[in-house]
Write a protein of this length. Sequence first.
Length: 219
Amino acid sequence: MRLILLGPPGCGKGTQAQLLHQRLGIDHIATGDLLREGMRLNTPVGQRARPYYEAGQLVPDELVNDLVAEHFARVHPQKFVLDGYPRTLSQAASFDKLLHQHSLALTAVILFRVNDDEIVRRISGRWNCPQCKAIYHMTAKPPRVAGVCDNDAIPLTQRRDDREDTVRARLLVYHRDTASLAPHYQAQGLLHEIEGIGGIEEIYARIMHIIQPQVAPPC
Ligand code: AMP
C-alpha cells in the first residue's frame, strides 16, 4: 500500500493519513512534520525552511526533495501514506525517480475536494496548547474557558501559519502549484477524487472504498 494524499492545507489529509497509519500499519510521511522537526532542532534544513514556512510559502523544491530522499535512504519505507508531498510538478517528477530507484510503485493518489471558505474557517479557528499540545477549534471544539487549555490552564497559542492571512496565502500557493499535480497522476492512471467534507469516519470509508481491493484482494 503506497498512497499520496493531495488537497489544500486543512482539507483533513493529515487526520486521514494518521488513521491509515494506525489502522493499516503503514508509515505516515508528512513533509510539514519533517520541516517542523528541523526547525525545532534548528538543523541547517530547518533554518533554511523557516522564512518560507512562516510566510505560508512553499520551501524550495530541492530542499524538500532532498529531505524526502534522505528519509527514504534512512528508513526504507515499503508501505506508506505521503501527506503534503509532492506539492509541485517538479517535486512529483523527483519523487517518480526516487520511487523508481527504490523499485516501488504507487497504489493510488487521492485528491480531497474542499472549498476555500471552508478551509479558512477550519484552519484559522485552530488553537493549540504549547504545553500538552492539545488542539482546539474556536467553533467546532472550544475550550471550556475561552483562550486557555482545559488540561493545564495554559494560554492557548495559534500556529503562525494558521492565521487567516497566512491561510489565504497558502491557498493561493496551493491553487497555483499543487492543483497542477492532478493531471500528472491522472495520466499515470492513479488519481481518485473524493469529497473532503464530512465526518472523519465517513471520509475514511471513502478512502477505503478506493483502496479496499488492495488491502484485501478478493479470493
Ligand atoms: P503542512 O504541514 O503540510 O501544511 O506544511 C506546512 C508548511 O511546510 C507549508 O506551508 C510549506 O511552507 C512547508 N511544506 C511542507 N511540505 C512542503 C512541500 N512538499 N513543498 C514545499 N513546502 C512544503
